[in-house]
Write a protein that binds this ligand. Sequence first.
Ligand code: 8DG
Ligand code: MG
Length: 136
Amino acid sequence: MVRVGLGIIIVNDRGEVLIGRRINIHAPYYAIPGGHLEVGETFEAGAIREIEEETGLMIKDPRVIAITNNLETFKESGKHHISVGLLATEFDGELRNMEPEKCEGWLWVNPRELPKPLFDASQKCIECYLEGKFYN
Ligand code: 8DG
Ligand code: MG
């Protein structure tokens, strides 16, 4: 089965993006926040929901910027996702690690100096963001 995932690039005033190290599923990878699209949901609503669930932040007007086919993760784990990447530059609320059983903690990092190893979907999505491509 191919599932639909969402990855959200949140950019702060300094141009940094939010990233966290996964600790159960997909450990030891660093990933941008995200998750699965729910049945009947728009990409934007799914992005807003996932960000609130995972970080406590409320993002405004997330925009679809990328589509990625995560075959590296498939080769490694047998899980196949098509991941839709969204960008959010406006948000409010206080950043919190809402799912400490899934994520070690959130970090703001320069998108050109990302920690490794990076989750395939997140790596591809950030590459699209940096290079202005929709797909890679
Ligand atoms: P579930 O419990 O309903 O299975 O899902 P969830 O709560 O949404 O899962 P999660 O652990 O928050 O999210 C991880 C899943 O989301 C992962 O298995 C694949 C998918 N995903 C993508 N792209 C991205 C991404 O860029 N970042 C993150 N964190 N997850 C992503 O397809
Ligand atoms: Mg989630």
